[in-house]
Design a binder for this molecule. Structure first.
Ligand SMILES: [Zn+2]
Length: 299
């Protein structure tokens, strides 16, 4: 799908869907938000990693730093990638449909995970297990949403909350409180956290990081983290690369920009402690159903 097609689309949401994940080409992006110096609040050290849901707003979180020498450790932790959770109407553009999972199918998948003994974990738990050797619950799994769509709050968060699960939504900070109501507003991010969905960065403009040059990539990584931390009042050190695009230079920039875990779109369910900024993910689409989850995950 070419970027020329993008300009012809009437629906902003559809355009973003294309720009966001349907195409490897760059699309028109909104102006960068200004980089502002942000004083991040001081936080008391966290107690131990709680196995149950943590309401992040009420919890003091410690800023983490990757060890100078990364450990050699492999963990079997599937990371699921979703985008939109909404009714899949036939009138939707094909690209939007391809990014959308029906709320009833999503709920069925979450119930399937619980019934099959999976334990959704937090980013902090994954970080602690990978880099510090902490124990994880049996059958750990990370549930993620890309792009910061508002339908996740409306259609996925109630299920996450009801089942006591954890998940992460990666937000494009330049879209938050922008003109397109498809995307979350800043004021809604704490609501997600309250329901058990923590917030990560998906950069400022959904830039193809290896393609934009080191200076722009640095801004995309740093400014999005600072904006999230300013609005949420705690460290945000989780990243998803737009289009899954990264290379070793981008990994290094991400580390220097303060991230300690970053997910890609490269498939696989084994995570490597020596590559915490290149975690593997498996995409779930509407047609995956619970059978598709069974295909991704071992019986
Ligand atoms: Zn995306």
């Amino acid at each position: 799908v070419g970027s020329r097609l993008l300009a012809g689309l009437a629906l902003p949401a559809a355009a973003l869907a294309l720009a966001a994940c349907g195409s490897s080409e760059r699309a028109a992006t909104p102006p960068l938000v200004p980089t502002t110096a942000v004083a991040v609040k001081a936080h008391a050290p966290a107690a131990s990693a709680a196995p149950r849901r943590v309401v992040h707003r009420a919890r003091a979180e410690q800023r983490r730093a990757l060890p100078a020498v990364l450990p050699e450790r492999q963990l079997h932790v599937p990371i699921l990638m979703y985008h939109r959770i909404d009714v899949v109407r036939s009138t939707l553009p094909a690209i939007t449909r391809s990014l959308t999972v029906d709320p009833t199918r999503f709920a069925a998948q979450m119930r399937w995970l619980v019934a099959h003994g999976y334990h959704s974990i937090t980013q902090e738990q994954l970080y602690g297990a990978l880099e510090q050797g902490r124990r994880l619950p049996r059958r750990p799994i990370l549930i993620t949403f890309d792009d910061g769509y508002r339908d996740v709050l409306r259609n996925a968060a109630p299920t996450i909350r009801r089942l006591g699960l954890h998940a992460t939504e990666y937000v494009i900070t330049g879209r938050t409180s922008g003109p397109d109501p498809s995307f979350l507003a800043w004021s809604q991010l704490p609501l997600l956290e309250h329901d058990g969905i923590e917030i990560g960065s998906h950069t400022v403009t959904h830039a193809d990081l290896p393609a934009v040059g080191a200076s722009d990539a640095w801004h995309e990584l740093l400014a999005s983290r600072l904006a999230l931390e300013r609005h949420l009042g705690h460290p945000v050190q989780w990243l998803a690369y737009p289009y899954g695009k990264f290379d070793t230079q981008i990994e290094e920039l991400a580390r220097r920009a303060g991230y300690v875990l970053a997910v890609t779109t490269s498939g696989g369910v084994e995570q490597d402690a020596s590559s915490p900024l290149a975690l593997h993910r498996e995409e779930v689409v509407d047609t995956s159903g619970v059978a598709g989850l069974g295909g991704i995950l071992p019986p």
